[in-house]
Ligand binder design. Structure first.
Ligand code: NAD
Length: 488
């Protein structure tokens, strides 16, 4: 056991604290890992600070930093089977989904690897004789990178790759529930030749290990992906030292289906939108908004097919979705469904744990459809983050947009219609960071990802994803200075 990585060395936690990691699919023990204490966190921040202030990395040419990221991408491809397996054991996610995540993770490193070598400053014309003016980009400094459990390595890659491309040093804190692929990634960074102290890894729970990162004066930026309540806490903690804060928070994402939609495609995607990874996806299409005329036919078909979705562990080739991350999380999902039913929702399917004894050791919950929902229900307003689809009806375009936007969140959502003009109108009226038209869930490394409203203030991926980790400096140079005294 030596899963903390501080100043280029693996070490066990100074306080000797450990945590058992158990697979959510069956409760089996995956491993026992070290958990950092206060001194470990301080050491990690100090190491990153030194590496940034005194080390070579921030001054390494962008193209060289990019080459290192491209090497990491190759190592990720080499180790894909082991990494996908580790991710599935920690999360309970189907192996094929972890494998697909690994492809996206390598693509992310490739994207920022290439961008690191091409993005640079610019010269401006100040319009003043004998003066030149340049805009240059510099790394922000020491970054705290705090990530969730639902896409552990993917969310980590979205932070680590641009942070390194920009020349920062960092302290990474993955979710305490899913630490293994972060450990593996740091080993790959080491193998690729990253200088000591640039990457530091501390494992442990949020209040003990994450919170000290958010308010420490030597941390310049906190990039956080996780829940809204935690995001608010981090923003408040960071205020004391006016850190840069990039938040990627939750979503309660509308999937809007008009009566003229391609029916088969809309049904397929309505199911994938919400039941992929048992709904534990920030962009899950958990709110189905259906035009009146199509409501009964669409919901009947969604329910019929939701009942057929087979649950199982990561290595069950017949399973189509897996367990929830923990017993506590399942209890939270159950409470949202109970609240929805108490508030008048109609249970169309699910609403219970599966009765298959083979699944009894895991934290499974049946794909659930609640019809007759409205925007005042907590199950519609708040993120259950489980396999729970709420259905609302609308009569026209204006009402669809009004219902969809009636939420504190603004992460993502979709519009299904064969009327392209309507698709464009609705797409531009939605207050969402990503709008899919006749599709659900795809994203691109070169297209920015992030939320409007309380889904966050950050942007990941794309050129703005790199900009999050850079300061911009204006350098004004007077080539013919003259004496000029103001106070006579
Ligand atoms: P969470 O907020 O409970 O935890 C996220 C991370 O923050 C973990 O590493 C946790 O240990 C840490 N943390 C907890 N309390 C902290 C504190 N006080 N100070 C510092 N760090 C602290 O979220 P979760 O349950 O791990 O993840 C699920 C959430 O993540 C969902 O809300 C989901 O929508 C969101 N998410 C958003 C995106 C996005 O791109 N917007 C992507 C994935 C997940």
């Amino acid at each position: 056991m030596a899963e903390l990585f501080i100043d280029g060395r693996w070490r066990a936690a100074l306080g000797g604290r450990t945590r058992e990691i158990r697979c959510p699919a069956d409760g089996s023990l995956v491993a026992v890992v070290d958990e950092a204490g206060g001194k470990d966190v301080l050491d990690a921040i100090a190491a990153a600070r030194r590496a940034f202030d005194e080390g070579p990395w921030p001054h390494t040419p962008g193209a060289e930093r990019g080459d290192l990221l491209l090497r990491v991408a190759e190592l990720l491809v080499r180790d894909k089977p082991a990494l996908a397996r580790a991710e599935s054991l920690d999360t309970g996610k189907r192996l094929v989904e972890s494998e697909a995540d690994l492809d996206d993770i390598a693509a992310c490193f490739r994207y920022f690897g290439r961008l690191a070598g091409t993005e640079d400053g610019r010269v401006t014309d100040p319009g003043v004789p004998a003066v030149d003016s340049r805009i240059v980009h510099e790394p922000v400094g020491v970054c705290a990178l705090i990530t969730p459990w639902n896409y552990p390595l993917l969310q980590t890659a979205w932070k680590v790759a641009p942070a390194l491309a920009a020349g920062n040093a960092f302290v990474l804190k993955p979710s305490e529930l899913t630490p293994h692929t972060a450990v593996a990634l740091v080993r790959l960074l080491q193998e690729a030749g990253l200088p000591d102290g640039v990457a530091n890894l501390v494992l442990g729970a949020g209040p003990e290990v994450g919170a000290p990162l958010a308010d420490h004066p030597d941390v310049d930026l906190v990039s956080f992906t996780g829940g809204l309540a935690t995001g608010r806490r981090i923003m408040a903690a960071a205020a004391g030292t006016v850190k840069r804060v990039a938040l990627e928070l939750g979503g309660k994402n509308p999937n809007i289906v008009f009566a003229d939609a391609d029916f088969e495609a809309a049904v397929d995607h309505a199911l994938t939108a919400v039941f992929l990874h048992s709904g534990q996806v920030c962009s899950a299409g958990a709110r189905l908004l259906v035009e009146d005329a199509l409501h009964d036919r669409l919901v009947d078909e969604v329910v019929r097919r939701a009942r057929l979705i087979r649950l199982g562990g990561p290595f069950d080739e017949h399973a189509r979705t897996g367990p929830l991350i923990s017993a506590e999380h399942r209890a939270k999902v159950e409470a949202y469904v109970a609240a929805g039913l108490a508030e008048g929702a109609v249970l169309r399917c699910g609403g219970a744990r599966p009765d298959d004894p083979a699944l009894a050791g895991g934290f499974y919950y049946l794909p659930t459809v609640l019809d007759g929902c409205h925007g005042a229900m907590s199950v519609v307003r708040e993120e259950s983050f489980g396999p729970v689809l709420t259905v609302e009806r609308f009569t026209d375009e204006d009402e669809a947009v009004r219902l969809a936007n009636d939420t504190v969140y603004g992460l993502a959502g979709a519009v299904w219609t064969t009327d392209q003009a309507r698709a464009d109108r609705v797409g531009s009226a939605l207050r969402l960071g990503t709008v899919w038209i006749n599709d659900y869930h795809p994203y691109l490394p070169q297209a920015e990802w992030g939320g409007f409203k309380q889904s966050g203030n950050g942007r990941e991926l794309g050129p703005t994803g790199l900009a999050e980790y850079r300061e911009t400096k204006h350098i004004w140079r007077n080539t013919a200075p003259k004496a000029q005294y103001w106070f006579e």
